[in-house]
Design a protein around this ligand. Structure first.
Ligand code: DC
Length: 218
């Protein structure tokens, strides 16, 4: 069964590339960042009445479908696709992602999906922790200026008013938090193929990964 793990820092192009690959190879796409973002949304938006967030998360069903992210809590559905991308939730996600009890819950969910379904899964710890025996492991990088430029242009296209400098600093801050946390930090798995996407188009990156998949006989 083909399981592709794609890791890398914020803005390296993981989700755009992973979505395209999922369509070409007919694999389920799992955006694990969206799962962490959903937990941050629950923590910021729902009454948890002083109880630990993990208790609330036991009742939460996270549904990742195509381009939408929904959660169901006690039968009530919330479409949180847009809201989980706000700067406020992005910042909170960085903090929540370093909480071992939250990582444990999401890790279990991610492992279950990857056991039964051919997937392309993206995140920070997919090749190292979630699917250490993935058939194909990719580590995407790009220099911070280029990653900030991509994020900035994406935000401007969505009509979000922001300054390049703020986006750049946010990328550096996330790089630091993602790579320096104790548990499941952003790290290239020894057996993953590193692709520097700084001067590559999305389609060029997709083609490189498809070639790697084909070379493995899939
Ligand atoms: O990929 P993203 O920007 O949507 O990720 C949001 C945050 O979640 C980011 O701060 C890193 C964290 N994350 C993580 O710790 N482990 C993952 N597998 C995926 C994301």
């Amino acid at each position: 069964m083909l399981r592709i793990a794609i890791d890398g820092p914020a803005g390296s192009g993981k989700s755009t590339v992973a979505k395209k690959i999922s369509k070409i190879l007919n694999l389920t796409y799992v955006d694990t960042g969206a799962m962490y973002r959903s937990c941050a949304w629950v923590s910021a938006r729902l009454e948890i009445n002083g109880n630990p967030l993990v208790d609330k998360l036991k009742d939460v069903d996270i549904q990742l479908k195509n381009d939408s992210v929904c959660i169901i809590i006690n039968g009530e559905l919330f479409d949180i696709t847009e809201e989980i991308r706000t700067p406020e939730i992005t910042k909170l996600t960085g903090e929540i992602a370093s909480d071992p009890s939250i990582r444990k819950i999401l890790l279990e969910k991610q492992k279950i999906i990857a056991q039964s379904t051919p997937v392309v899964m993206d995140g920070r710890d997919i090749g190292t922790v979630v699917i250490p025996d993935a058939e194909v492991k990719i580590f995407l990088t790009a220099n911070p200026e280029e990653r900030a430029k991509r994020r900035y242009e994406e935000m401007v296209a969505k009509g979000i008013n922001t300054k390049f400098e703020d986006v750049y600093n946010e990328i550096l801050d996330r790089d630091f938090k993602d790579s320096s946390r104790d548990l499941a930090p952003l790290k290239k798995a020894e057996d993953s193929v590193e692709i520097d996407t700084t001067s590559l188009s999305i389609d060029e990156v997709v083609t490189k990964i498809i070639d790697i998949v084909k070379a493995k006989g899939y």
